[in-house]
Design a protein around this ligand. Structure first.
Ligand code: HEM
Length: 219
C-alpha cells in the first residue's frame, strides 16, 4: 500500500490561506454588487431575527441565499485552481493519447468559467444555483473547487462550515463600507495567479456595527 505524508505545517497553511481567500473574495464580490449584499443581509437578518448574540451551525441550513453566494465565490475564485493526477495506465481521453505515468493537471478555474457549462460565466450571479442541486461535493464535474474522487480535499466540510459561519457573522453584525476616498469603481477585483488564486491587492473595508448604523439611520 502507498502512504502519502503531509507536513502538518503545510496543511494548516493551506487551510487558512484557502478559507481566507474565499472570505476575501466573498466580501469583495458583495461590495462590488450592493444589491446582492443587501439581499443576503436581509435574508440573514430576517431568518435570525434581531439581537442574536450567537449564531449556530443549525442556523446556516436556512440561509439559502448566503450559501449560494459561497458557491458562486468558489466557482469564480477557486483558491486551488489546478488539481493534479498521474495516469495509472495508457488511455485516450477526448482523442488525446495519455501514456501511463503522465502528470495531468485539471484546470478547475477554467472549467468553472466554461461558457459551455455556465451561462454568462464571468458574471457574479449566485441565483444560478437557485432551484437546482448543483453542489461542490465532487459529482458535478463542471464545479469541483474541492477536487473529486479519492483525493478530494478532506477539509471540504470544515471549510464550508467555517466560510458560511464567518460570512454570516460578518453580514449579520456589521454593515460594510469602503474606506474614505474609495468607490465601487476603485474596488480592485483582479486576481493574482500562483498555486493559489488570491486577490492582487488586499481588501480594506470599514465595519460598522449593525446596531449602531440602525440607531443612526432612525435619527
Ligand atoms: C475553501 C477551502 C478549500 C478549498 C477550496 C480546497 C481545495 C482543495 C483542492 C482542490 C484539493 C485537491 C483535491 C483533488 O486532488 O481532488 C485539496 C486537497 C487537500 N486539502 Fe483542501 N481546500 C480547502 C480547505 C482545506 C482545509 C481547511 C484543509 C485542512 C484542514 C485542507 C486540506 C487539504 C489536504 C490535506 C489536501 C490533500 C488531499 C490529498 O492529496 O489526498 N483543505 N484542497
Amino acid at each position: 500500500m502507498n502512504f502519502h505524508y503531509f507536513r502538518l505545517q503545510d496543511v494548516f497553511a493551506g487551510a487558512t490561506e484557502t478559507i481566507g481567500s474565499v472570505l476575501s473574495w466573498a466580501m469583495s464580490e458583495l461590495m462590488h454588487n450592493p444589491d446582492t449584499m443587501a439581499k443576503t443581509q436581509r435574508e440573514i437578518r430576517e431568518v435570525l431575527g434581531e439581537d442574536r448574540a450567537v449564531i449556530t451551525n443549525s442556523d446556516l441550513a436556512e440561509l439559502h441565499y448566503m450559501r449560494m453566494i459561497i458557491k458562486e465565490v468558489l466557482r469564480l475564485h477557486p483558491p486551488g485552481p489546478l488539481v493534479h493526477r498521474m495516469s495509472r495506465e495508457d488511455c485516450t481521453i477526448m482523442g488525446y493519447d495519455i501514456p501511463k505515468g503522465t502528470d495531468v493537471y485539471i484546470n478547475i478555474f477554467a472549467i468553472s468559467r466554461d461558457p459551455r457549462h455556465w451561462n454568462k460565466p464571468e458574471e457574479f450571479r449566485p441565483e444560478r444555483f437557485d432551484n437546482n442541486n448543483v453542489n461542490y461535493k465532487g459529482a458535478y464535474f463542471e464545479f469541483i473547487p474541492f477536487g473529486s474522487g479519492r483525493r478530494q480535499c478532506p477539509g471540504i466540510h470544515f471549510s464550508s462550515s467555517v466560510t458560511e459561519m464567518v460570512l454570516t457573522n460578518f453580514l449579520y453584525h456589521f454593515d460594510w463600507m469602503l474606506p474614505d476616498g474609495h468607490n465601487l469603481a476603485s474596488l480592485d477585483m483582479s486576481e493574482k495567479f500562483g498555486l493559489a488564486v488570491t486577490k492582487s491587492h488586499d481588501l480594506k473595508l470599514r465595519a460598522i456595527p449593525h446596531m449602531l448604523s440602525k440607531a443612526m439611520s432612525s435619527k
